[in-house]
Design a protein. Structure first.
Length: 319
């Protein structure tokens, strides 16, 4: 937060007229209860703007998150927002620092895959693998574990270990006959690394299945909405609350793995920078999920206090 408190820093960006701050999810609003009312409103509005702009204007979204940090820098969801927007604009050092701070404040490891990807972005694939295979990853939900596998595959490729990159993606969720919300990304990553290994025919088979999965999930632009089925959690391989559908086509194949050549973009970060609950695993009685995707332990500085904002809002105080 030192950068946000520089005397020469720019004024906070404008907030859209329709933003009230109440657009935040209830978990994020609950975290802001420690701020006084005016500061909580200010922080809320800038967090909403950061979430609104994160996929449209990465730099402006980051500036909104920084503005929120000047009055709520000790709040986990605020540090999360700074980390995610910094990551989205490619500032991996800042993102890693802020997400470590978020983890320290909240005790949550939900952004472990992004933190590992930041290590890749900083040219430290070994450190990325160390993060991915740490004890902290063991209790994460299925979509996050899939993201970790993709990042791990990319890190192995960074090191020139193509066979290890394939092995990283050989997880139960890599099922050619089942489509989950994360399946198109997983299939694409797997097909790419198979291609690099010279296994062209296998790569094409998995690449063809990406379209099949997208249609089954209802995310293909030409497909109709799929039927939604309620799930009953039967075992530890099923994601709680997620829906499934059948994919037509291929027989069971070897499960496998994949990567990204560039550090991944956190497109699916916590909506509006809110906290998210960890889900359980996926249910193998069904054949497809439909929608839910899924240290530098620097002390917090008095980030929220010397904010020079673009209006006459009061100085930052916390209850």
């Amino acid at each position: 937060m030192r950068a946000s408190n520089r005397p020469d820093r720019p004024k906070s960006p404008d907030i859209d007229a329709d933003v009230t701050g109440k657009e935040l999810d209830r978990f994020s609003r609950a975290e802001l209860r420690y701020l006084d009312d005016k500061n909580a409103e200010w922080v809320s509005k800038h967090l909403v703007m950061a979430g609104r702009l994160i996929d449209e204007d990465a730099e402006l979204a980051y500036q909104h998150a920084l503005a929120a940090s000047r009055r709520g820098g000790r709040v986990a969801v605020v540090r999360e927002a700074v980390g995610l927007t910094a990551y989205n604009k490619g500032d991996y050092h800042e993102a890693l620092r802020e997400l470590r701070t978020f983890r320290r404040i909240s005790g949550s490891n939900i952004h472990l895959a992004i933190m590992a990807d930041c290590e890749r972005g900083l040219g430290r694939p070994e450190k990325a693998l160390e993060t991915i295979h740490s004890d902290a990853a063991e209790d994460l939900d299925v979509p996050t574990r899939v993201e970790l596998a993709i990042v791990a595959s990319g890190a192995q490729q960074d090191l020139g270990n193509i066979e290890a990159a394939i092995a990283e993606l050989e997880i139960p969720q890599l099922d050619i006959n089942r489509a989950f919300s994360f399946s198109p990304r997983l299939f694409e990553a797997y097909s790419d690394v198979l291609e690099k290994a010279g296994r062209t025919e296998e790569a094409q088979k998995w690449r063809d299945q990406i379209k099949v999965a997208e249609v089954a999930l209802g995310i293909d632009e030409d497909s109709a909405e799929p039927e939604i089925l309620d799930l009953i959690e039967d075992d530890d391989e099923a994601s709680e609350g997620e829906n499934v559908q059948d994919i037509a086509g291929e027989p069971d194949d070897d499960a496998a793995a994949s990567d990204r050549d560039e550090p991944s973009k956190y497109g699916d970060g916590p909506e509006d920078n809110g906290s998210s609950d960890d889900s359980e695993d996926e249910d193998d009685e069904f054949d497809i999920l439909d929608d839910e995707e899924d240290e530098s332990e620097e002390s917090d500085e008095d980030d929220e206090e010397d904010a020079e904002e673009n209006d006459e809002d009061p100085e930052s105080t916390e209850k």
